[in-house]
Design a protein around this ligand. Structure first.
Ligand SMILES: *Cc1c(COP(=O)(O)O)cnc(C)c1O
Length: 300
């Protein structure tokens, strides 16, 4: 898995006794560098985790071929990837398993919550049991057993009815939400082209095979010092911009539970220079223009 990701990517595996092995990222998409994966595989390796950063897909054909060759599971962390695709295929539906997040910071939300996408039918029953606190209650509801009981390990992963209803409404509007976000994203992209030409900043790069979902608009500044200054300039104008992530390989828990493959130089460098601009479905064109004006005034 990449080190440049949210902590949940690693937690999920450490909680089951596995050791995350961190691999460096690509300079363009900030996704795991598929050319470095194979060298990180050992006889103990069980799975490859592809995190689709900012809803821009990893190079899935290559990663899928590596997983197949080495008999590894391919798991997509598509937390940020709802409504995005790779060569026309929705993110989360390409690997053996995919995860989607409905956290309040994502595009389609239920406050807290998420989905496990199961692309291998043989795992559906196991997943139902895990979701139902380790019981076969789902089978009971389908009249396949006359009483339900504890059959395996599980937990309380079901959302409440109220949360599910909220999410349903969000899902009904998922295309509209995505379209509006893409509109905002494009305003930023067009509005910052001149500053990229002047090498003041670098805009996001989306490979031709990837349809993204405008999950975020992130820019890269030349240095950590310039990023700190940039965030401060926007803050003084009442605009919140944020950085992320602190790479997992350099975090206290990452060092304790994980292992790095190589020096992860790009992860360290790029994570220090990245900043996210405000992007929310309810923003107006004027809101975006204010951000663009502020950036331009500070970059004269
Ligand atoms: C948000 C996010 C998660 C965690 O999602 P939760 O719904 O909070 O569990 C995991 N991975 C990535 C890449 C994320 O952006």
């Amino acid at each position: 898995m990449p080190s440049y990701t949210f902590v949940s990517t690693a937690n999920a595996f450490v909680l089951r006794g596995a050791v995350p092995v961190f691999v460096d990222i690509r300079a363009d998409t900030l996704n795991i560098d598929e050319t470095l994966i194979e060298a990180a595989i050992t006889p103990k390796t069980k799975a490859i985790v592809a995190v689709h950063y900012a809803g821009v897909s990893c190079e899935m054909d290559t990663i899928k071929a590596i997983a197949k060759k080495h008999h590894l599971f391919l798991i997509e962390d598509a937390a940020q990837g709802m409504m995005a695709s790779y060569k026309g295929q929705p993110l989360g539906s390409i690997g053996d398993l995919g995860t989607v997040s409905f956290h309040e910071t994502k595009n389609v939300i239920s406050g807290e919550g998420g989905a496990l996408l199961i692309n291998d039918k043989t795992w559906i029953e196991d997943a139902e049991i895990i979701r139902e606190k380790g019981t076969n209650r789902s089978k009971f509801f389908r009249n396949q057993v006359d009483k339900y009981t504890w059959v395996s390990l599980g937990s309380s992963f079901l959302p409440s009815e109220i949360i599910a209803a909220f999410l349903w409404a969000q899902l009904e509007h998922a295309q509209e939400i995505t379209d509006r976000r893409l509109h905002h994203w494009q305003l930023y992209h067009d509005g910052l082209a001149d500053l990229e030409n002047r090498e003041v900043l670098r805009r996001p790069i989306v490979p031709a095979d990837c349809q993204h979902n405008a999950h975020m608009y992130q820019i890269l500044l030349p240095s950590l010092a310039q990023r700190t200054q940039f965030i401060e300039t926007l803050r003084a104008a009442g605009i919140l911009s944020v950085f992320h992530y602190v790479p997992l390989h350099s975090s206290p828990a990452g060092m304790k539970y994980g292992r790095s493959h190589g020096d992860l130089a790009l992860t360290t460098n790029l994570s220090e220079r990245l900043v996210r601009l405000p992007l929310w479905v309810g923003m107006t064109t004027t809101d975006i223009e204010v951000v663009l004006d502020t950036i331009h005034k500070s970059s004269r």
